[in-house]
Each structure stands twice: as structure tokens, then as C-alpha cells.
Design a protein around this ligand. Structure first.
Ligand SMILES: [Zn+2]
Length: 394
């Protein structure tokens, strides 16, 4: 189950590139310093959160310092602000009523919070809960903002991106990439906890070996021409990574360090493939295209660069990556885990065959793990996947 979850998690992560490109390719990063702390908007994968649960003990630090003992507590809409009550029994008295409430953990345990009691996660740092202005006719939405030290953030992201079998040098290579992605965001940036940025699942993903790896990296970044590189990573390339420009389009042209390399190290990945899925023709033709997509160009890693699809009398040319995103969004991310895919009509179904997992650009995570097992250092792993970028010297 954990493996399946991690596979799905990794597939979602790959989709983050879509937004990452929109955000990253438009402007080159200029700031060199990493933020020492950042704000993360929690539960962004949920469309609407009208109630937020917190598990005690914790401390309210604003508006009035209050120590809260064991129990489960619920924030709800209270007209002009929010109200906190203990959960259980008959209607509980109000603990606090305010426009917003700032909380911190009590003792060494991180603060447990969630949009419902079944999905509580633990977070270090402070959390602010407040009410967002409601759209007309819709219920009020509550938000939770986590102010977290960048060390905890990077440790959580690296832990969530890897499995316990990953070696230390692979973890260190990932830590460099996460620090590199944070670098252009300014002093105290606000980011989302989803694939829009990087998936951040809180303190429980900070495994001891990940904390060691992040500690050893000590905020070192990957640079190109003295600036933080725009780095990408994916689960498994299944033999070869691709040039950024072939997957993400002309916007990636200047990112010369995103060059495809032959990778023989990711065979240990459960996503190496091939993955073969059949989609009933009626569903495929309703959601994706009225007939087999026509491949116009492939790159030298056998990934589709551009394809033509016809649907409802309309013909559209799109990149292989855009078509792959559409397949994931409409049919499910398990249908084509990797961007090296082909689609054939076979009888009353369409067969989608893919290999690897994720977009295939930049660092191959399972390849990094394979190289780590062979005794390569994180510097050698990063040099392999980003040949023209270099590690920051401290
Ligand atoms: Zn690989």
C-alpha cells in the first residue's frame, strides 16, 4: 500500500513541472540566498476547507497566549472571524474568537492539524488559521498557513520524494535540488503545498537519514553562470532523460543544462515499465481524441515532441507533454506514468504503453538512487544529470 501511495505521489509530483515551467521559465532567478523560513499554504489540494481541526496539546500565541491541553479542537466560521471549540459532547464553549489565530507546538512534538480528523498532518513552526473572503453564495473558506524553517521544509520535501531505501548520496542530491528551487523565491516566500510548487506533507516525512543528508548539504545549490539553475526531477527515465526543450517547448531553450543523458541506473524503479493500460474506445474518444493521435516528432529518447489529435471535427497540434498531462488529468495518472508513451487503437479499446515515471527531464530519482548504490557522491550524481551546471562553492 505504501508503495502504491508513493507511486501515485510521485506521479502527482511530476505534474508540478507544468506550473513550475509557467513560473520558472518566464523569469530567470536572480536571488542567490535561500530563504531561512517560508510560508506554506496547507491543504491546497482540497478545493474548499470550511473547518480546520487541531490536536492538542498546543499553544495559541495570537491573539492571546493560551496553553491548550490534550483533545481535538475545531476552527469554524464565526461571521467576521473564526472560533475555536473542543470537539465532542454537547456544544463546547468558545476557546477563542478572532479574525485569525496563530498557534505553535507545545514541547517537542510538531503541531497536528488537518481539514478533517482523518487527514491530520504534523508540522513544525507556527500555523495561522484565518477566514478567506467568501464568494457570493458559497460557504466561507478557512486557510492554514505554516511558517516553517527552510531546513524542515527541505527535509520534508526530500523525504516525501523518496523512499526509505534511497541511499544518502541520492538524498543529498535531492536536497540540493530542493534548495535550488527555493533560492529564487525571495526572503520569506509563500508557496503552496502541492505540485504547483513542491509537495510538502509535514514533519512525518522528515526521516532521520533525510535530516542527516539535508544537514550535510547545508543549503548548497546547483548553479549555472553563477545563478541558481532551474532544476527539474522525475521518478524514473527508463533509459534516457530528455532535453528540456523537447518536453517543455521553446521556453526551455536557454536552459542548456537540461540536456538528455543516457541513464542505465534506474532499473530498480517499480515504474521502469513498460506499463500497458487499455482504455475503452468510447471513453478515450470522449476525453482525449476521436482517433489515434498522429505523432509528428519524437526526440532521441523516444518521447513524443509533438502530436496531432482530432476531436469533434477539430484538429489540434500539441506537445507530447501536453497530451500526457491531458491523459493524466482526464483518465488518471496511472494510465501513462511516463512521458515515453505510445497510443494504439486495438479493437474496441485504445492501448497506452509507457515506460518510466514523470516528465523525463533533469534528474532521474531512481537513477540517482542507482548511482548512489554504486558509490557515487551527490556531486557526481548531479554532474551526471546536469553536466553543465555546477555545485555552489561555500
Ligand atoms: Zn533513469
Amino acid at each position: 500500500m505504501a508503495l502504491i501511495l508513493s507511486l501515485y505521489m510521485r506521479m502527482f509530483l511530476t505534474v508540478g513541472a507544468k506550473v513550475a515551467i509557467a513560473l520558472c521559465l518566464l523569469s530567470l532567478p536572480s536571488a542567490k540566498a535561500n530563504p531561512s523560513s517560508l510560508y506554506v499554504k496547507l491543504f491546497q489540494a482540497r478545493p474548499l476547507v470550511s473547518s480546520i481541526f487541531v490536536r492538542g496539546p498546543f499553544v495559541i500565541v495570537n491573539p492571546t497566549r493560551t496553553v491548550i491541553n490534550d483533545g481535538v479542537f475545531e476552527f469554524t466560521d464565526a461571521g467576521r472571524g473564526i472560533v475555536l471549540r473542543k470537539v465532542g459532547g454537547k456544544r463546547q464553549k468558545e476557546i477563542v474568537r478572532a479574525p485569525y489565530v496563530v498557534m505553535a507546538n507545545r514541547g517537542s512534538e510538531p503541531l497536528a492539524i488537518g481539514p478533517d480528523q482523518a487527514h491530520m498532518r504534523k508540522y513544525y513552526g507556527e500555523i495561522t488559521v484565518k477566514k478567506e473572503p467568501a464568494e457570493p453564495g458559497k460557504p466561507a473558506q478557512l486557510t492554514a498557513l505554516n511558517l516553517v524553517d527552510s531546513f524542515n521544509y527541505v527535509s520534508s520535501v526530500v523525504g516525501g520524494e523518496t523512499t526509505p531505501q534511497f541511499g544518502k548520496e541520492a538524498l543529498k542530491a535531492m536536497a540540493v535540488l530542493v534548495y535550488t528551487r527555493l533560492a529564487p523565491k525571495g526572503k520569506h516566500p509563500t508557496v503552496s503545498d502541492t505540485t504547483d510548487e513542491m509537495v510538502y506533507l509535514g514533519a512525518e516525512h522528515e526521516r532521520p537519514e533525510v535530516i542527516d543528508a539535508v544537514n550535510e548539504i547545508d543549503r548548497v545549490k546547483l548553479l549555472y553562470n553563477g545563478r541558481p539553475a532551474q532544476v527539474f526531477f522525475h521518478a524514473c527515465c527508463a533509459g534516457r532523460t530528455s532535453d528540456g526543450v523537447d518536453i517543455f517547448g521553446k521556453g526551455a531553450k536557454s536552459l542548456v543544462y537540461l540536456k538528455g543523458v543516457r541513464c542505465d541506473y534506474c532499473k530498480g524503479s517499480p515504474l521502469f515499465g513498460p506499463t500497458v493500460k487499455k482504455i475503452p474506445a468510447a471513453i478515450f474518444e470522449r476525453e482525449i481524441a476521436g482517433s489515434e493521435p498522429k505523432v509528428l516528432e519524437k526526440d532521441n529518447a523516444e518521447r513524443i515532441v509533438s502530436a496531432e489529435i482530432s476531436k469533434g471535427g477539430r484538429t489540434e497540434v500539441l506537445s507530447g507533454y501536453q497530451l500526457w498531462l491531458r491523459i493524466g488529468q482526464k483518465l488518471g495518472w496511472d494510465k501513462a506514468p511516463g512521458t515515453r508513451y505510445e497510443i494504439k487503437r486495438t479493437g474496441s479499446a485504445y492501448t497506452i504503453k509507457s515506460s518510466g515515471g514523470g516528465h523525463g527531464v533533469g534528474l532521474c530519482q531512481w537513477g540517482a538512487q542507482g548511482l548512489s548504490r554504486q558509490g557515487k557522491s551527490h556531486a557526481e550524481i548531479l554532474k551526471f544529470y546536469f553536466p553543465s551546471a555546477s555545485l555552489e562553492r561555500r
